[in-house]
Design a protein around this ligand. Structure first.
Ligand code: ADP
Ligand code: ADP
Length: 229
């Protein structure tokens, strides 16, 4: 079954610019999908609409069987906070908060009582236990992105959307973060949808979906990380 289903998504920006021109695609539970395509092909727009960060002009978005596009703004925000995790290229950590406070934030926003055991469990798994009281500015890029992945995981979302998660990292840190996203799927049994233009990153995914001019231009199963290593 598909955790995320996009039906006939269209997005027209002012201009007008057609960013998405009728995209229908599903992301199965427990899959790791890379969305690739040239600059301007609609990758970010697809992710923003799928994640409930923006609204499509037409078409429908389903997450876990619930129609996100049918929800009003308040319900959409609430749904997003409960069911969706995000990882961004520029980490989006809050600089005034410690690592641990950043990781705890989605639970607080979802109105859930943070379970201290769960938080320290995630921090330990991601190799961040000894940095828990540090602020993001004292961390390397790779460590910051690990904090962002921990933050995306902690509320146990149905799906994690990652927009160019390795775009600001050197190859070594990029591989660390990609291995982590792989384990989010393999060990945590989550579903990951990642936008990237980097073939190294895409090789960690199970499936690659190609966009061109706002349309689905094909898809293929990628070799696994083991095959690439
Ligand atoms: P990609 O992520 O593949 O580079 P985008 O989804 O960012 O593509 O953009 C798709 C198209 O929509 C591009 O032509 C881009 O210029 C346009 N676009 C994206 N965001 C906006 C916006 N906020 N307003 C107007 N046009 C936009
Ligand atoms: P906004 O008001 O812009 O929607 P929020 O108040 O929901 O932002 O979130 C504040 C910060 O927490 C943002 O930087 C956002 O990136 C991060 N955040 C919130 N929820 C999640 C989540 N489920 N996964 C990852 N980061 C999140």
């Amino acid at each position: 079954t598909d955790v995320v289903r996009l039906e006939s998504l269209r997005k027209i920006y002012e201009g007008p610019v057609t960013a998405l021109d009728g995209v229908t695609v599903g992301f199965p539970a427990g899959s790791f999908t890379a969305v690739m395509g040239p600059s301007g092909s609609g990758k970010s727009t697809l992710l923003q609409c799928a994640a409930g960060l923006d609204r499509p002009t037409a078409g429908r978005v389903f997450i876990d069987g619930a129609e996100l596009t049918a929800a009003g703004d308040t319900a959409m925000t609430k749904f997003r906070r409960r069911r969706v995790g995000f990882v961004f290229q520029d980490y989006n950590l809050l600089p005034a908060l410690t690592v641990e406070q950043n990781v705890r934030l989605p639970l607080r926003l979802a109105g859930r009582r943070p379970d201290p055991g769960a938080i320290s469990g995630v921090l330990t798994q991601l190799g961040l236990a000894d940095r828990r009281h540090d602020r993001p500015e004292s961390l390397s890029g790779g460590q910051r992105q690990r904090v962002a992945v921990a933050r995306a995981l902690v509320a146990e979302p149905a799906v994690i959307f990652a927009d160019e998660p390795t775009g600001a990292l050197d190859l070594r840190s990029a591989r660390e973060v990609l291995t982590l996203l792989r384990s989010v799927v393999d060990d945590h049994r989550r579903t990951v949808v990642m936008v990237t233009h980097d073939p190294v990153a895409a090789a960690y995914a199970d499936t690659v979906v190609f966009l061109a001019d706002g349309r689905l231009a094909g898809s293929l199963r990628a070799p696994t990380a083991e095959a690439v290593a």
